[in-house]
Every structure is written in C-alpha cells, then in structure tokens.
Design a binder for this molecule. Sequence first.
Ligand code: FAD
Length: 316
Amino acid sequence: MANPLRPAILAAARSPRMKSAITHAPGTRSLVTRFVAGEDRGAALTVARALLASGRSISLDHLGEDTADLGQARATVAEYRALLRELGDLPQARAGEPRPLEVSVKLSALGQALPADGEAIALEHARVLCAAAEAAGVWVTVDAEDHTTTDSTLSIVTTLRADFPWLGAVLQAYLRRTEADCRDLAGPGSRIRLCKGAYREPGSVAYQSAGDVDASYRRCLAILMAGQGYPMVASHDPAMVAAAGDEAVRAGRGPDAFEHQMLYGIREGEQQRLADAGAGMRVYVPYGSQWYAYFMRRLAERPANLAFFVRQLVSR
Ligand code: FAD
C-alpha cells in the first residue's frame, strides 16, 4: 500500500526544525538502530562481517548528504579511505566473480552542492575514493539523489568510468527519463543499481502513482537484463524480485550475472532465502551519526514503518 503521508514525511526529512525535534525525541535512537548499523565504523564492520559470513555481499554507506562545507566533504573522504583500508582485510572475491565488498557514496556528501566548483570538487573526491577502493579490491557505487543532481552525477560517473570501469551508478525508476538512461547505460561492464526512488519529486519529472512507478521499474529491468552490463536489482518488493528472476531467465543470465540488493534491517528473512538459493544478494549497510534524512526516507516508504515508530514513541 502506498503511504499517504509520504510527501509530508519527505518534506520533514528536509526540515531543520523537524530534524531537531525527531532526533531528540525519547526513544528515536533505539528505532534508528533497526535501519542503521551504528554510529561508527567499528559497528558497521561488525555487521558487515556477520552478513558476509551468512553468504550475503555488502555495500557500506557512510551517512551524510547535502554537505555545505568543504571541510566536511574532506572529512567524508577521510572516513571512506579509513573504511576502505579496513575493508581490504576482509575476504575477497575470486577473479572474475562479483566483488562481495562495495561502498556506496552520495556525491552531495563529497561537495557536489558547494557553491564554487562543487561538481569539480565532488569529481576529484570521488576519484580519490575510487583509487583507494581499487587498491582494496572493493567496488564503489554512486547513490542517486534528487532529480536536480541526476545530470551532474551521471556525468561524473561517466568521466570516472574511463579509469574505473567497475564504478556503479544508480537509476531511479520513478523518473520519467530513466528508461532512456537505462538504454544509454546498459553497455558492456556497466554496473547499474535500479531502485524505485526515495525522494519527493514533482510530476513534471517523476511518475506519481505506485502503479506507474512499478510499470517503469519493470520496463527498466527488461532493458538492463537484456543489455550487456551487470544489473543490481534494488527492491524489497516481491513482485520486482520475481520480475528480476523472470527477466534474467529470459536474457539467459546466470546467478553471477546480476544481483539483488536490499537495505539493512528490511526483509532479513527474504535476503537470507535468496542468498541460500544461490542468488547474488547484497545488503546496503548505512552507518554514522548523520542518520536523520535516511531514517525519514525509510519511514516514508511504508505505513507499517511509520506506525511502528509512532507506537514506540507513544508507549514510552
Ligand atoms: P516499496 O514500493 O517500498 O514496497 C513494495 C512492497 O515491498 C511492499 O508492498 C511490501 O510487499 C514489500 N516491502 C517493502 N518493505 C518491506 C518491509 N520492510 N517488510 C516487508 N515487506 C516489505 N533510492 C534512491 O533514491 N537513491 C538510491 O541511491 C537508493 N539506493 C538504494 C539501495 C538499495 C540497496 C535499496 C534496496 C534501495 C535504495 N533506494 C534508493 C531506495 C529505493 O528507491 C526505494 O525507496 C526503497 O527501496 C523502497 O522501494 P521498494 O522497491 O523496496 O518497494
């Protein structure tokens, strides 16, 4: 069921007043731990090791976005470099297999929105991360943010792919442009994560009904599966998980030629079921103290998540 409060919750995700109220509400933190591995790298690595031991792959995300200060962007790069050094000690893939270790990064956390030269700064910061990831045997995927950043983000990814052909990009099925982007980006070696999209977008650029978004997701999935890249199917929706399996069979793809992705704390049983059945299953594991916007997007996705949150607050 679509969440009728989604627009209001996504608006609150951008509101400093709501941020302060919700962050300091009693009990919020214990709920946040349902979706966030912890506030520091050590906690994230503990979760990562357990997931790897269970047969799942990981993508670690250091939470933070919309950085308005160069020092903060540099601190984010330093945190990712430290993370990549530690990830380099974890088990690696055999040659030719999908890498079990990945980091996800938001370009807005690397300075993309800085007033002077933001795009160039984010590009150089992302290049530093890709070089560190290459040395550690880790993949990188660049998250998709709101539609005002899509052109800039895809242009940065395209530039970096000349040196780091394994660099992944994310496409959001709710955007009307995405079917065309899938056609452009389904070339050899291209790693594309397809998700529905988590931001509040106007009807001029994005489908508004769940039915239209799902139909777009299916069309995009068919394009990516029929293409020559490596599709990463990021959805908890049983219908999309099944559609991915069907499209993979139609395209003659084996289990190593695409993967499923889900978020930490969501449909844990289904994650394990897919991994046990031999499918590629990667879990996106966010960590860090800047969890507010990420947490609000998870609340916006499902009435049940919001109801759980409200019940916990009022029962205190
Ligand atoms: P929904 O449409 O939210 O849910 C459909 C159905 O799935 C539900 O009706 C229910 O049957 C089932 N379901 C969903 N949640 C649950 C649950 N908790 N328990 C049981 N059943 C459930 N968005 C971006 O905009 N940019 C990104 O870079 C990005 N990266 C992502 C990376 C990963 C790995 C994933 C999984 C998602 C990412 N997203 C990103 C978020 C994504 O865009 C969606 O907002 C989010 O995944 C919800 O859409 P959905 O496809 O999972 O299904």
